[in-house]
Design a protein around this ligand. Structure first.
Ligand code: ADP
Length: 201
């Protein structure tokens, strides 16, 4: 089973593109979902975070207070590194488990790993191909603001922490231009799917 990594900056259209692959019968694992799963109540990940940051990092119901954690690591790069050293290996292990999960409805010779941090972390070592969903920065900002009701400054801060557009594109085996009507994006995904079926046959 081959693994294709799908990445792109916030609001570039990863979720939109992966749904089109899904319609073609391609199974995918979303790194954002896995990143949430590994800190759910009862996990070793959440226990380690609560021990390190104190119980004030938890909500009354015992779940992780994400806003509080974001604030703590935003203020302190050393805490951010501590958190990354804790979670990145756990996330990676769970990604591998889910990508290899034998009961997944595999009907295609490849699965997708969707991750905003595919290239920023060692997750790219897991994949056979890298696909980048690409839009100009102004479109990225516009679409993210409309989707998340964020201010331009908030979106720009998130983008500043992600890889620059040109560098991301330079690492791609294939680029999907998502500054296009959806119909055109669907055509690009179909072409890419056919290419992978050929390359992975
Ligand atoms: P990501 O998962 O990369 O953060 P999304 O797939 O959620 O990005 O896309 C961001 C926003 O832009 C969503 O509201 C989505 O509906 C919209 N969007 C995505 N692709 C297009 C497109 N080709 N044309 C218009 N809007 C789009």
């Amino acid at each position: 089973m081959k693994i294709v990594g799908l990445t792109g900056g916030i609001g570039s259209g990863k979720s939109t593109v992966v749904r089109i692959f899904g319609d073609l019968g391609v199974h995918w694992v979303d790194a954002d979902d896995v990143a949430r799963e590994v800190v759910e109540p009862g996990t070793a990940g959440l226990a380690a975070i609560a021990e390190h940051f104190g119980r004030e990092i938890l909500q009354a119901d015992g779940a992780l207070d994400r806003a509080a954690l974001r604030q703590r690591v935003f203020e302190n790069p050393e805490e951010r590194h501590w958190l990354e050293r804790l979670l990145h290996p756990v996330i990676r292990e769970e990604l591998v488990r889910q990508l290899q999960s034998p009961d997944a409805p595999y009907s295609q010779p490849y699965v997708l790993l969707v991750s905003p941090l595919l290239l920023e972390t060692d997750q790219h070592e897991l994949v056979d191909r890298i696909v980048v969903v690409d839009v100009p920065e102004d479109i990225q900002i516009e679409r993210t603001m409309a989707r998340d009701d964020n201010s331009q400054a908030q979106v720009e801060r998130i983008m500043a922490a992600q890889m620059a557009r040109d560098e991301r594109r330079s690492r791609a085996d294939a680029v999907i231009d998502n500054n296009r009507p959806l119909q055109d994006v669907e055509r690009q995904v179909c072409e890419l799917h056919n290419r992978f079926l050929f390359e992975f046959r």
